[in-house]
Design a protein around this ligand. Structure first.
Ligand code: IMP
Length: 415
């Protein structure tokens, strides 16, 4: 059996939550493989609101097993808080003991460094993601498995704080002493130790047993540390290849890859966004699409569908198809723009350039439509909406497999 995957195609917030929630009903196992509690989506089930940041969406399918892979960075505090929303997680949630921890000093360093960057700030979520991955790559990080010996872990951390005293002083960060630290780590260990596992072996076993496994990407392709709009990116590999590393799978274990993309485009934080609309349309997209971050509440920058970036993202992820989310947000726009190429220094560019900062969008305009809200059949879509979707398929070179016409799970067209 191969594992299927969903991956964000833009700068995150594509509406992956709705699709994973929908798909998770049909999978035995749902896995996260990168990112941390910088991600977030809200799912409503029977009038109850669930906020998910770290726990895979399969938690809302009582029969599904949920795995947080080694590639995720885990704030024990955030995970424990999130777990409180659910009962009976033991045996249904497993966390890799190789996953690196986000410790309090990572969060403080993230926030302090953003302040120091001033105008050049990345606009991080301030959750300690970059510093935790930084420690991992620098080989000074700590894995969740180390919670099995909290005295040793606390000793090692206190040594680290002492060795890096100058850095912490410069950033105005007060580090905890051994006793405080050990007590905090003991609290985490008490809750989390029963959930720690060798999740790589588990996923291999599930695949061998012909179980259906879904891999849930967080953030989006253009935030990938290697292939996104560096340095305005997150610190993990958000593309499909990241799932192999973040879970311990081989490329041969991967089955279908579905790219999730909004019918328009948004971005939170700083960095290039050629098709951003600074006028009334941008405001209208933000208000209609309720474009405010689930994790941080920040308002998102809004603009038109960037077909060049989508074509790039589709290729790099190996997307079998695309799910087009929030088509209904485009209702009522007389004209809808698609960014089909860029202009840089007077030249037309058809591929994603290194110099995205200086790229001006070249738009194609298509007639809008009145309403697609709640449409559940492709035949019922207005002609101009069908034409828009057909054009997206044509320019991105990827077929559309699903269209979402409202936040409701059922308002979905499956092609
Ligand atoms: P970090 O991941 O907190 O380090 O933030 C780095 C960049 O990624 C910032 O621009 C964030 O706004 C963005 N980012 C991180 N997580 C998400 C997400 O889940 N959705 C959208 N943007 C995100």
């Amino acid at each position: 059996m191969k594992a299927d995957m969903i991956v964000g195609i833009q700068w995150g917030d594509e509406g992956k939550g709705k699709i994973v929630d929908l798909m998770a009903q049909n999978y035995d196992v749902v896995c996260r493989y990168q990112g941390g509690h910088n991600a977030g989506h809200t799912i409503w089930v029977d009038g109850v609101r669930y906020a998910l940041h770290l726990i895979p969406s399969g938690v809302l399918n009582p029969k599904a097993i949920n795995i947080i892979g080694n590639g995720v960075v885990v704030s024990a505090e955030a995970l424990i808080e999130e777990m409180k929303q659910f009962e009976g997680l033991l045996g249904r949630l497993f966390v890799s003991d190789k996953a690196h921890m986000i410790l309090k000093h990572h969060i403080l360093i993230d926030q302090a460094k953003e302040k120091l960057r001033g105008e050049k700030a990345i606009g991080t979520t301030g959750r300690g993601i970059g510093p935790s991955y930084g420690s991992k790559i620098e080989r000074s990080g700590h894995r969740l498995g180390e919670l099995r010996d909290t005295a040793k872990l606390a000793t090692s951390l206190v040594e680290f704080y002492t060795e890096n005293k100058a850095l912490f002083q410069a950033l105005d960060i007060i580090t905890p002493d051994f006793v405080t630290l050990k007590a905090e780590l003991d609290g985490y260990a008490d809750v989390l130790l029963p959930y720690l596992a060798d999740t790589t072996q588990m996923v291999w076993k599930f695949l061998d047993e012909q179980k259906r496994v879904l891999l849930e990407g967080a953030q989006g392709t253009l935030l990938d540390i290697d292939h996104g709009t560096y340095p305005y990116v997150t610190s993990s590999n958000t593309i499909s290849a990241g799932a192999c590393v973040g879970l311990g799978l081989s490329p041969k274990d991967i089955g279908k890859v579905t790219g999730i993309v909004k019918a328009y485009c948004t971005r939170v934080g700083n960095g290039p966004f050629p098709s951003e609309d600074f006028g009334d349309d941008g405001v209208k997209l933000r208000d209609k699409g309720k474009e405010f971050g689930t994790s941080t509440g920040r308002s998102r920058r809004c603009g038109w569908f960037d077909a060049v970036a989508c074509r790039y993202a589709s290729r790099i992820n190996g997307c079998d198809d695309l799910s087009i989310m929030k088509l209904d947000v485009l209702d009522g726009f007389p004209q809808i723009k698609i960014c089909v190429a860029y202009e840089i220094n007077g030249q037309r560019v058809d591929t994603l350039p290194e110099d995205l900062e200086n790229a001006k969008p070249i738009y194609e305009e298509m007639p809008g439509w009145e309403s697609v809200v709640g449409c559940r059949k492709y035949e019922d879509l207005p002609q101009s909406a069908k034409a828009y979707l057909a054009r997206l398929e044509e320019i991105t070179g990827t077929k559309i497999g699903l269209i979402s016409t409202s936040p409701d799970r059922n308002d979905t067209i499956i092609l």
